[in-house]
Design a protein around this ligand. Sequence first.
Ligand SMILES: Nc1ncnc2c1ncn2[C@@H]1O[C@H](COP(=O)(O)OP(=O)(O)OP(=O)(O)O)[C@@H](O)[C@H]1O
Ligand SMILES: [Mg+2]
Length: 209
Amino acid sequence: MIIGLLNQKGGVGKTTLSVNLAASLAHTGARVLLLDVDPQGSALDWAAAREGKPLFPVVGLPRASVHKEIDQIGKDYDYIIIDGPPRVTDLARSAIMASDLILIPVQPSPYDIWAADEVVKLIEEAGIYKENLKSAFVVNRKIANTAIGRDVKEALSSYSVPVFTSSITQRVIFAEAAAQGKSVHEIDPQSSAALEIDAVKDELMGFIK
Ligand SMILES: Nc1ncnc2c1ncn2[C@@H]1O[C@H](COP(=O)(O)OP(=O)(O)OP(=O)(O)O)[C@@H](O)[C@H]1O
Ligand SMILES: [Mg+2]
C-alpha cells in the first residue's frame, strides 16, 4: 500500500504527518518505508537528526520517475509513505501516480482551502489513468475550540474529495519531536498528539480496506 502525502501548498504538514504516520504504522509491526520525494529533503533531514536506530528506512527519491521505480523500491514493504514536494511539478504528478491513496493535509485557513483546488485537479487528472486512486483531506494544525477548526470540514465539502473525521491539532510536541528525528510517540506515547496520529492511522487503514 502506497500512501502519498501531497499538497502543492508549502508548510501544511506533509513531512510532519509523513514521519509520524510512518512511525504509527511501524509500531503496529508493519514494514514501513518513507520515500522523500521533496528536493528539500526534509524527511531525510529528520532521519539525520536522530541518534540511535531508525524506526524505519528513509530514502530520498526526488525524481519524476518515482511512479516507474516504486514497484522495485517498495517490494519488501507493507506500507510506503511518500512525503511529497511543494508546488505543482512533474515530481508531484509522479508521486500521485505512484500512490494508491493520496492524503492531503490542509490547515484550517481559507487560503489553504482555496489553494487545495490545485492538488484536487492533479488527482482528478491522475484518476483518468488510475481508476482506483483514492484521496482524502486531513485537517492539520487545528487550533482547539475555535470556530475555524469546526468550519473547515464544511468548507472542504465543496470538493469531491472526502475529509477525514480525525484531525491533528496544532501542538509544539510535533516540532520538539522533529528536532530530535523522533516521532511524537517516542516523546510521549500517551500524548494527545500521538493519540491523534494513531486515530488518523486507524481511519486511513479503514479507508483503504
Ligand atoms: N500539528 C502541528 N503542530 C505544530 N506544528 C506543526 C504541526 N504540523 C506542522 N507543524 C510545523 O509546521 C512547519 C511546516 O510543517 P511541515 O514541514 O511538516 O510542512 P510541509 O507541508 O512538509 O512543508 P513543505 O511544503 O515545505 O515540504 C514545521 O515547522 C512543522 O514543525
Ligand atoms: Mg515537507
